[in-house]
Write a protein that binds this ligand. Sequence first.
Ligand SMILES: [Zn+2]
Length: 185
Amino acid sequence: MRRSSSWLFEPAYEISRTIIGGAPVAMSPSLEKKVNLKQERALTLLANFIKSLGQGRGATVQIALARSQDGKRFLVTGLNSTAKWTQAQLDKLGNLGINIAPQKLPELKRKDGEGTIHAEQNIASYLKTYGLRGERWSCAVVGTEGSYICKDCQSLIRNYMGGFIEPGIKLSKCPDRPYKKYKKT
Ligand SMILES: [Zn+2]
């Protein structure tokens, strides 16, 4: 994917030492080990863990695995524009080395006019800015309702960003903090 132009670009900024946006940092060997991509719901469980450190209702945490043209792999997370990251989430993402996509302004409406910008769209914008191609996406837990990606975002992934979507999880089978081993990082 070619590096794309101007309107997508968002300057990086920093909140309490965690960088939002900015040039993506490739997955470290220790992050590769923790995430264990052989597990078919690896990103979904990780996204749900990050979500559990923040607001529940009204928030969608999405995590995508992406690849650069020279073959490096990156994890990029995004939040819908009407939600806010908590300090605990930012600290954890910073510690793990997961890139955070900037959020478009909450006032911005999606093209279909149905609502504000989704987590997947914020990630897509970041991937395009840095010429990354999607490889795999979590089937994130949306609000408190279930694990899914809306039709618009599914088509964004299928037609423009690339990558497949992991199978979903059942909320009843999804303890608050499935990834306890991340607690100490
Ligand atoms: Zn969506």
